[in-house]
Design a protein. Structure first.
Length: 149
């Protein structure tokens, strides 16, 4: 299953706020201790993240948060060029810049642009053509530790 949409901003609602709420719910639900603790909050500007080369996708990656069990990862990606990927996890993403032509094998072809969101279910095989300035913020979730390399 793949869902995508152009996000419209309405009074009192912002996409960044919605993504932050989803990430916060996921992050706070993964903190487990015997003693009461404050919920974990991670924040940063995107340029200040610790970026690492991601040559297999023509860009870079920055892990914002990885749960202790590795089953939830919040990350940012910069990608370019043409790539195919079979999802070993679910991914929710918000496009922050550029475009991506997305061809889901056995499904739809569509274009994602800045401000769009998409959800890719584990098992989907997708062919991407990324613009040279494509970037996104994403949440990756699986029953197993999340790995993309």
């Amino acid at each position: 299953m793949v869902l995508h949409s152009r996000v419209l901003t309405a009074a009192g609602f912002s996409v960044v706020g919605a993504v932050a709420a989803i990430v916060a719910m996921s992050l706070t639900s993964c903190v487990t201790t015997d003693a009461p603790a404050s919920p974990l909050v991670v924040h940063s500007s995107v340029p200040a993240l610790q970026w690492e080369a991601l040559p297999e996708f023509g860009g870079a990656e920055a892990v914002i948060y990885r749960s202790p069990d590795g089953k939830r990862v919040a990350a940012a990606f910069r990608e370019s060029g043409s790539h195919s990927f079979t999802y070993p996890f679910d991914e929710f993403l918000y496009v922050t810049s550029g475009t991506a032509e997305v061809s889901v094998r056995g499904g739809k072809t569509f274009v994602l642009s800045a401000g769009d969101v998409a959800y890719f279910e584990q098992g989907a095989t997708v062919d991407f053509v990324f613009s040279s300035d494509f970037s996104d913020v994403t949440m990756l979730v699986s029953d197993q530790p999340v790995r993309w390399r």
